[in-house]
Design a protein around this ligand. Structure first.
Ligand code: BGC
Ligand code: BGC
Length: 814
């Protein structure tokens, strides 16, 4: 086969590898507990000004720094006194993403205690706040209620429902001691190829504005009321300001272009509404507008947001977004602060950024007034959240903290079920719906009994889960379970048969299928074609057998479904419902009236060009059948030339190495042999120290297990001169016992080498995960393959390797 010889030079890699083997790991140290004492003041602004006047430059800057929980210790907190911190989508307390709720609360207390330890010289010690992405319920935490994603809430059109969801979410957040939610996303998604379309309520700015404001009120309480930011309420964030939903071709973090007034008339509309509702934080967006990144855009972050819109809360950056500003790096970016950013979200490189900011104030690059202004805004939000008062409590002593029974309480689950039912949009129905009581129902499709798939991205992990088990989802009802209960209660019988086979002919088959979870840029698509034909094939086989079908489509966006619709007797857009699958049965059986209406135009072709109007749509915004209502069932056009194009971006999937992709192996220590091409990515070429075997992930041998002996190397790449990022779905069964290095090799050149031992240790025993390798850690990837090198015996598994688009500046993640 092709490539191997020019892939790398073993000696160059060996040299680089030995240089990488001595990286030490950091250890965490915790600080003792102590209480805060802040001065009471009547006049909030005067109190804040007084505090600011008594702070050192170092402590002021620290208020503007937001690291993520796995990159600092309580000792760091005590020493530097960060103003806030976050858990990223892949971060959990003490390195455990699936930690029990009590561990989240323990970490909150530990960090709070460290933040308020008395400082010498009477300098004020200011309580830290913790921010999280509870974007559809408090879904980073195992056992919390998983509400439907925003696109589904948009289909309910019900602001009061969204307000109640905000309140329930805030309660669950407070249970775990967290203060601040990075939600609502008030993006107005205008190009459904964007991977964050599901985080958007609608393509209609007015609906986004209404529902975004409602979520803010639910999370924070009503401004001016007694319980504003009181018990069971948390700080909200409207994000991402602005233009996130308007990038060219729907590319995440990309370019927004056009007349600024016209852009504002769509993408800025939700912000005044959120500000009126009292939103205390606004997150800057990754995208640029007409060539200027929002994190460095003074005209918009300051003149428009502060000046025209009158926002007086804090502006937080997005994950290293400042590093994407022209002339900036992640650790050096006075430009963002000067443009109007108040808090830098700097997950890992906080130390370097903090040092530089301090130096830049000292050398006059940043005026002290700007620092004071930013700190004032941060303190103002803390003051309103009741954290600067004399009786500020530890997280575990506040409101509902520690009330673990409130996570997925019966009330919250009932609310989520109500939301699921209200969001079902029946697009076609020849009369098969509602299901006839007493019917014999077959439920098919791999997604039918899978909470992970029904929940989508931002569920336990950043990219979501494809598996479903009671350990990860202890408080959930799958779509199948909900259907079974309802059908049996109606006197019928229900059978789950993922592959659609049956002994007894059913009266009706329900086929549950859809998109696999994704988040952010990993969900970007080039078109709206749906290539997974599992659902289509099931629908076809039932049609052939003349068994009526109901298609239940799980997705984060409208997609081209003409082929599936032609086969089905009813078609329901179910979005990403989350933990309460019974809400779907409520609508299919007619127990709850169908009221869901599209908040996005549904396409009639697979191209995926922006479609934000009735003209050219298969179904316009506002469309949705009522219970019992039938629709004409014309045969829809099925031609889509895009579907026939082979996707060269896939290197390895379903156990197969794609044409043009290669996997090579060699031993780089001892008598180097090879590189040897791994035929179809299996086998154990002699002397190379690597053994590859088939491994079952979701289906038989749809993945590979790779056992690397000490000093061996595995390369994976493609012959294409592709420059895109790599995306791997991988699993690490056990922690590595020696250094693991990742190289980006080509033509005898090892390329950049990074030590990924810690990341592999972190991934160990966590199940399947996603790895994104971009230029940020790899340098230019054009024509470069990935090379895994291991110092000691190391085993890992790979299910998919693809090349994906990633906007400039996108971080590598594991
Ligand atoms: C996302 C934000 C999120 C942040 C923290 C970013 O990548 O764009 O929406 O709040 O990460 O997880
Ligand atoms: C984090 C997310 C974050 C993303 C940014 C991930 O590793 O877990 O929270 O949004 O990186 O690219």
């Amino acid at each position: 086969m092709r490539i191997p010889a020019r892939f790398f030079a073993a000696s160059a890699l060996a040299g680089a590898l030995s240089a990488c083997m001595a990286t030490p790991m950091e250890a965490g140290v915790s600080a003792p507990v102590q209480e805060a004492a802040a001065a009471p003041e009547d006049d909030a602004e005067a109190q804040i000004a007084d505090i600011v006047s008594r702070m050192s430059l170092e402590r002021k800057v620290a208020q503007l720094i937001q690291p993520q929980i796995n990159s600092f210790t309580a000792e760091d907190m005590e020493r530097y006194r960060f103003g806030s911190y976050l858990n990223g989508g892949n971060g959990g307390p003490y390195g455990d993403e699936f930690a029990p709720a009590s561990e989240w609360l323990r970490l909150a207390d530990e960090m709070y205690d460290a933040s308020v330890k008395p400082l010498p010289g009477g300098e004020p010690a200011i309580p830290v706040i913790w921010g999280t992405d509870a974007v559809h319920g408090h879904t980073n935490v195992v056992g919390a209620t998983i509400f439907p994603h925003n696109i589904a809430l948009g289909a309910t059109g019900d602001a009061d429902l969204v307000r109640r969801i905000g309140y329930a979410t805030a309660i669950e957040i407070e249970v775990t001691g967290i203060d601040w939610n990075f939600s609502p996303t008030v993006a107005v998604a205008r190009d459904d190829r964007w991977g964050r379309t599901y985080e958007s309520y609608s393509e209609d700015p007015e609906l986004v504005a209404e529902l975004g404001a409602a979520l803010v009120e639910g999370l924070q309480g009503k401004r001016g009321s007694e319980d504003y930011l009181g018990d069971g309420r948390v700080i909200a964030t409207a994000k991402h300001f602005f233009g996130d939903g308007g990038t060219d071709n729907g590319i995440d973090q990309g370019e927004v272009t056009g007349d600024i007034d016209e852009l504002m008339a769509i993408h800025a509309v939700p912000y005044p509404a959120a500000i009126d509702a009292g939103v205390e934080a606004i997150m800057a967006s990754f995208n640029s507008i007409n060539g200027r990144k929002m994190h460095g855009n003074e005209a918009l972050l300051t003149d428009v947001l502060r000046g025209e819109m009158g926002f007086d809360g804090l502006v937080v950056g997005d994950w290293n977004g400042h590093g994407q500003v022209a002339g900036c790096t992640v650790t050096d970016c006075p430009q963002s602060l000067m443009a109007g950013l108040d808090i830098y979200m700097v997950p890992d490189d906080w130390k370097g950024l903090m040092d530089n900011l301090i130096a830049q104030v000292k050398d006059g690059t940043i005026p002290m007034e700007r620092i004071d202004e930013a700190v004032t805004r941060v303190l103002r939000v803390k003051q309103r959240a009741g954290l600067l008062g004399p009786d500020t409590k530890r997280p575990s002593e506040r409101g509902v903290a520690g009330r673990y029974d409130l996570l997925a309480s019966p009330e919250h689950r009932a609310l989520a079920r109500e939301a699921v039912a209200a969001s079902q949009v029946i697009l076609r129905n020849d009369g098969v719906l509602p299901l006839r009581p007493g019917a014999n129902v077959l439920v098919a499709g791999n997604a039918a009994d899978n909470i992970g798939i029904a929940s989508g991205g931002w569920t336990l992990e950043w990219q979501g889960m494809t598996e479903s088990n009671d350990t990860l989802f202890p408080n959930a009802t799958s779509i199948w379970e909900g259907l079974e209960e309802a059908v049996v209660a109606s006197g019928g019988s229900a059978t789950l048969s993922a592959d659609g086979s049956f002994d007894e002919r059913p009266d009706v088959a329900i086929v549950v299928f859809g998109e696999r979870p994704y988040a952010e840029f990993a969900g970007d698509q080039k078109d709206l074609g749906f290539r997974d034909e599992e659902g289509l094939n099931l629908l076809r086989s039932f049609a052939e057998a003349e068994i009526p079908t109901v298609a239940v489509f799980l997705s984060g966006r409208p997609m081209w479904m003409n082929r599936e619709m032609n086969q089905a007797n009813a078609f329901v857009a179910s979005w990403l419902p989350g933990s309460e699958g019974a809400g779907i049965a409520d609508v299919l059986t007619g127990a709850v009236p169908a009221t869901g209406k599209l908040s996005f135009s549904w396409p009639n072709d697979c191209i995926g060009e922006p479609l934000n109007q009735a003209e050219g749509a298969l179904f316009p915004v506002g469309y949705g059948l009522a219970t019992g209502e039938t629709s004409p069932m014309p045969t829809l056009g099925e031609s889509c030339s895009l579907l026939d194009q082979t996707d060269t971006a896939v290197l390895f999937a379903q156990g197969r190495l794609a044409d043009g992709a290669y996997a090579v192996t060699t031993s780089i220590t001892g008598s180097a042999r090879g590189p040897v091409m791994l035929d179809q990515f299996r086998g154990a070429p002699e002397g190379t120290g690597i053994a590859v075997r088939g491994f079952d992930r979701n289906a038989q041998e749809d993945a590979r297990e790779i056992r690397m002996a000490a000093g061996s190397l595995l390369g994976i790449g493609t012959e294409e001169q592709d420059s895109r990022a790599y995306r791997l779905i991988y699993e690490v069964p056990q922690r590595p016992t020696g250094t693991v290095t990742l190289g980006f090799a080509q033509m005898g050149d090892a390329g950049a080498m990074i030590d990924i031992t810690q990341q592999m240790a972190h991934a160990a025993e966590k199940g399947w995960r996603e790895m994104i390798i971009t230029e940020a850690c790899a340098g230019d990837l054009t024509g470069r393959g990935l090379a895994f090198l291991s110092e000691a015996d190391f085993t890992f598994r790979i299910a998919e390797v693809t090349r994906v688009e990633a906007a400039e500046g996108t971080e590598c993640s594991f």
